[in-house]
Design a protein around this ligand. Structure first.
Ligand SMILES: Cc1ncc(COP(=O)(O)O)c(C=O)c1O
Length: 379
């Protein structure tokens, strides 16, 4: 086991793009030079292998030795260590719907709020497509920090109510998460720390536990393909980072799962950029989808998603909304899982890629159901 604890495990905060180093003892958002996301460089345990995992902890904090915050300092509501269910031969759903706040966003927010508390934040704000706000309101309440959330007016009311009942201040804007971000940029008060997707470095550290968890649940191997519904991209980037760390520690060798980014045809900036072989995304002009988590027209980490897709020899697929919603309902009825529209999109992409032969018979595939469909009320 490593001797370092908590924040002492952070070697550096480095810009993913230009490499500029930032002071990890301070609250940071994006790179001071280029405005792009920062990476947390964790001092990884040496030579322990997967025995570093604390099997007695039934949450993402079982991976504490590879996380930048120690479990003893965590703000936790029991997030992660979610079920993985084989729904067809060689095809699994990784089901995140049972997480606190109803989605995988709790992993990133548990970590971000834990780090923010250690670094002295007093108030937290976030623009959100919905679930990230629900998660932040829960962890803010647990940490005793006031939270302000800006979100689209058409966010399902069950999610808005959850934020309010957790004591957050909620501001509704016309438009998308991008407009919510614009509202916060103008209205954020001094002393409020912004934990936006990839504009705050520690959320990726929470999301990377999905990559570790998959490895452990697969009997210390990895599947051939991972299909993931992508909006801002923290999940994709987090898993890619996890596998990179696992290789550095000698837990795995070369081969990684091929990462599939799934978006709605109504808002698909990463799919569009991937299709023309670009390294960066262009803002999507008219974002429309009921899979609200995928309605992210200008993801700041789009370039990282494109790199992760390329490096793993993955691909990017868009699915029309009617197919997303039909697939969600069909899969919920067929499996009994609380499927969300984003999970429906991922399953529809799985079907398309198997039909086209991109996924070959016998390949092991994991499809992500990132949140709870019952939170989408009314849809
Ligand atoms: C249910 C759901 N799935 C997927 C996503 C996309 O998340 P990411 O930022 O990791 O791409 C979101 C984001 O809001 C979401 O709420």
């Amino acid at each position: 086991m490593p001797t370092q604890t908590g924040q002492e495990r952070v070697a550096a905060l480095t810009c993913f793009s230009c490499g500029l180093s930032h002071d990890p003892t301070k609250l940071n958002n994006v790179c001071q030079r280029c405005g792009l996301p920062l990476r947390v460089d964790v001092i990884l345990p040496d030579g322990t292998g997967p025995s570093a995992i604390d099997e007695d902890v039934a949450s993402m904090w079982r991976y504490s030795p590879v996380l930048p915050v120690d479990r003893g300092s965590s703000v936790s509501l029991g997030e992660g260590w979610t079920p993985i269910i084989e729904v067809e031969e060689d095809v699994w759903i990784k089901d995140e719907s049972g997480n606190p706040g109803g989605s995988f966003k709790s992993r990133g927010m548990s970590m971000a709020v834990s780090a923010a508390v250690l670094l002295g934040a007093e108030r937290l704000v976030v623009p959100t497509a919905g679930f990230a706000g629900a998660a932040l309101s829960a962890y803010g309440a647990e940490a005793g920090l006031p939270v302000t959330i800006a979100m689209p007016r058409d966010t399902p009311s069950a999610i808005i109510d959850e934020c309010l009942s957790n004591g957050a201040k909620v501001h509704l804007v016309d438009g998308t998460i991008a407009d919510a971000g614009g509202w916060l940029a103008e209205n954020r008060e001094d002393g409020e720390f912004d934990v936006s997707t990839l504009k705050e470095p520690y959320r990726v550290e929470g999301k990377k536990t999905m990559g570790y968890e998959l490895f452990e649940q697969f009997g210390f191997t990895l599947p051939d393909v991972v299909i993931y519904p992508t909006g801002g991209g923290t999940g994709l980037v987090g898993m890619w980072k996890a596998w990179d760390e696992m290789e550095q520690m000698g837990w795995i060798e070369g081969a990684r799962p091929r990462l599939v980014c799934v978006q709605s045809s109504g808002c698909a900036p990463i799919v569009e950029a991937h299709g023309r072989g670009a390294k960066v995304t262009r803002p999507w002009p008219d974002p429309v989808t009921k899979a609200y988590g995928l309605r992210v027209p200008a993801p700041i980490g789009g370039f990282l998603c494109l790199t992760a897709i390329d490096e793993t020899k993955g691909t990017a697929v868009s699915v029309p909304d009617p197919v997303i919603l039909d697939t969600m309902e069909e899969m919920a009825a067929a499996t009994g899982l609380d499927m969300c529209p984003e999970g429906g999109a991922a399953w529809a992409a799985y079907r398309e890629l198997s039909a086209s032969g991109w996924i070959e018979p016998g390949e092991k595939v994991v499809v992500w159901n990132t949140g709870s469909g019952t939170s989408y009320q009314p849809l």
